[in-house]
Design a protein around this ligand. Sequence first.
Ligand SMILES: C[S@@+](CC[C@H](N)C(=O)[O-])C[C@H]1O[C@@H](n2cnc3c(N)ncnc32)[C@H](O)[C@@H]1O
Ligand SMILES: [Zn+2]
Length: 282
Amino acid sequence: MPALSPPALQPFLDLLRCPVCRACLRPDRGALRCPAGHTFDIARQGYAGLLTGARATSGDDVAMVQARNRFLSTGTYAPIREALAQLTADVLPDRGTIVDAGCGTGYYLAGVLDQLPGARGLGLDTSVRALRSAARVHRRAAAASWDVFRPFPLADEVADVVLDVFAPRNPSEFHRVLRPTGRLIVVRPTDRHLAELRGQVPGMVTIDPAKEQRLQHTLGPFFEAAETQRLEYTASLTRQEAADLVRMTPSARHLDDANPARHGLLSCQVTVSVLATSYRPR
Ligand SMILES: C[S@@+](CC[C@H](N)C(=O)[O-])C[C@H]1O[C@@H](n2cnc3c(N)ncnc32)[C@H](O)[C@@H]1O
Ligand SMILES: [Zn+2]
């Protein structure tokens, strides 16, 4: 008797497509298989390993994921999660489908699903370390390894909301997988975000002032902005939290040992400043 896929993946099979030939996928002995025989393992932790062959060029490593899990569990970014849940609730129909591109550990997807009892959510990320968390983050969530820069292993017009929170973007694929009534919700930092921390860590990646223009330029052909919320507040960080916040970003390489004090990182107040925009497909 063929083994079923983990229950978490079962309700998402209508969404998924074979990344090689676009056919439907069926569970088969601990894997997902298409009629042509393309086979994708289901990891012990429950996520579908759809990204096979050539490795993705980006994705968080284990230290970054651990730091992200620790930091997000402090609740410092809970207001961002709440704003996102509200923006999603405004547009999501009952029993809607959310796709979280670059979902990381699934922190935001879980928060949104908590507020929307009929919704289901699929997270995509290149980082298997992050997916181990994301696959188990919520009982109405599932996760799959995928590189957002490649055509998504998803059917056309299946998502009511695509979330992109501090993650890479693929506007044409976002557009293809969204229903015409759907929304893309993008959260990104402003140039004031964590400015105090940037001052403390030499070489910490700065926010490109032209970022908003570039975002508009790349999304513009596919989407028009429907609503933007600016969220800005001050948070007090312990030295450990400040270090985790740096370690969960690409700036982590500038903190190359376990002792934040060596880098002069202190407990501090930081400005959290992000924009969250809901976009309508053109
Ligand atoms: C800054 S983190 C944000 C994670 C999550 N959205 C959050 O805010 O907690 C960026 C995420 O994008 C993932 N990522 C990087 N490049 C990617 C790619 N090409 N395709 C899919 N995910 C990618 C990383 O592994 C990481 O989990
Ligand atoms: Zn196939």
